[in-house]
Write a protein that binds this ligand. Structure first.
Ligand code: FCB
Length: 460
């Protein structure tokens, strides 16, 4: 089993998590600028005001990408840097920043992949109701048009939304992300529907104003279901669980089918239409045409999964994790199988070429007296996960893999306490140090994933 010869190896970031320069050069406020200033919202009161200082240091960061041998870089646009009020007047300094970043990437042979929306809605739009405003699809459409007009002469890969499950669920249901709301369920379904329409509108605008044929995708997240044994019954249990809806309605956003069936199949899942009926707004038929505007690739963020078996009653049942189950520093389970079964099930159902647009782990990395950052856990994690992904290459049309993240950064409500990067960032000095995993990844890229050898000794 091997990755396709043209498989793309990259790393990902998002604007709020790395750029800093929150109030520089005409940038407008966004949800996260406002939310992080509230006491008690973010661990230790951290904010993204400075973050990794990438806005000023991007050339150094591109040099490091080159050193790691990255073929591609996925980053998001800060909407309020480009359009301080979300719509209307363009901030030319913001355009210049992304122009310079794109040019630097291309000069170094690194392919830019742009995410339009990675959670940082301009505050002015939030004041107008945010995703509850029926005009919100048009707002994102405006950003997409601007991105196409200004950047698509050089950039041909675009993703619309990053993880709508999170910006609706964590932002508007549990309230642990900006804007920090706990809305009625009814509102969240309406917001979700508007976000899906916004995705469709963005696709239309990118196509209409794109200066070359564009490859357009959508980047939701999921927890992949994988079978306890590879028997047909357990595999079927995992397949069903992969697309099922959560039992608790207040957790409704954690699923695949409500977010991806409309985009790829043109309708919401039947199970959801009856289960969520009390909370659903009336949907216009035309909406589904917009939401299912054809896209080219499916982009999946995928960190972990759940194990399933077929229960006696012919119903999937969860196999509980044993005490002391492997986990990352932020407590996420380590389940490499997710990168085989996830892509396999997603390809079966949606029949689209697939990118893994995020995958990685948080580690308690630190610089040791030898001046290096040794992160054997990350190397081992990636070895196991990428082997599973390579297995999936025989069954799914896999186009690329983006490690989350290029560098340590502002990890939302956890502030700077979680390190996901392949580049270590010393925040007080902003000094960057390439971690061992980045050197290891360079080899993975060079050999196109043929040589996935962990630093841990394995039985011969
Ligand atoms: C994903 C987000 C990304 C980052 C990783 C760890 O849910 O898209 O911004 O926080 O998790």
């Amino acid at each position: 089993m091997a990755f396709a010869a043209n498989f793309i190896w990259g790393a990902a970031t998002s604007a709020y998590q790395i750029e800093g320069a929150a109030a520089e050069d005409g940038k407008g406020l966004n949800l996260w600028d406002v939310y992080t200033r509230e006491p008690g919202r973010i661990l230790d009161g951290h904010t993204g005001e400075t973050a990794c200082g990438h806005y000023r240091r991007f050339r150094e960061d591109v040099r490091l990408m080159k050193e790691i041998g990255l073929q591609a870089y996925r980053f998001s646009l800060s909407w309020a840097r480009l359009l301080p009020d979300g719509v209307g007047k363009v901030n030319e300094a913001g355009v210049r920043f992304y122009d310079a970043l794109i040019d630097a990437l291309l000069e170094n042979g690194i392919e830019p992949y742009i995410t339009l929306y990675h959670w940082d809605m301009p505050y002015e739009l939030y004041k107008r109701g945010g995703w509850l405003n029926p005009g919100s699809p048009e707002w994102l459409g405006g950003l997409a048009r601007l991105a196409a007009e200004r950047f698509s002469d050089r950039v041909s890969h675009f993703f619309t939304l990053n993880e709508p499950q999170c910006f609706i669920g964590l932002g508007h249901l549990t309230g642990i992300h900006a804007p920090g709301l706990q809305c009625p369920l009814r509102d969240t379904f309406e917001m979700a529907h508007n976000a899906l329409k916004a995705h469709g509108r963005a696709v239309q605008m990118l196509r209409q104003y794109g200066k070359q044929p564009l490859e357009i995708g959508y980047a939701p997240t999921c927890s992949a279901a994988y079978p306890e044994t590879e028997t047909p019954a357990d595999i079927e249990a995992a397949r069903q669980a992969m697309f099922a809806l959560p039992e608790d309605d207040r957790n409704w956003t954690w699923n695949v089918s409500w977010w991806s069936d409309p985009v790829l199949l043109g309708h919401y899942p039947e199970e959801g239409l009856s289960r969520f009926e009390p909370y659903l707004p009336r949907f216009a038929d035309a909406d589904f045409k917009l939401i299912s505007e054809p896209i080219d690739v499916y982009a999946q963020n995928l960190y972990n999964g759940r194990c399933l078996r077929m229960g006696k009653a012919g119903k999937p049942e969860i196999v509980h994790r044993y005490p002391g189950f492997p986990k990352t520093a932020n407590g996420w389970p380590i389940t490499p199988e997710a990168l085989y079964w996830g892509p396999k099930f997603l390809s079966e159902r949606y029949r689209k070429p697939l990118y893994i647009t995020e995958n990685g782990m948080s580690c308690h990395d630190r610089k040791t007296p030898d001046g290096k950052v040794h992160d054997p856990n990350r190397i081992d994690f990636l070895t196991q996960y990428l082997r599973q992904l390579r297995r999936a290459a025989a069954e799914a049309d896999l186009r690329g893999y983006f490690h989350w993240s290029l560098m340590d950064n502002f990890e939302w409500e956890k502030g700077y306490s979680e390190r996901f990067g392949m580049i270590y960032v010393d925040y007080p000095t902003q000094e960057r140090t390439i971690k061992d995993s980045a050197r290891w990844y360079r080899e993975v890229i060079r050999t196109n994933g043929e040589n996935l050898i962990s630093n841990t000794r394995e039985p011969s």
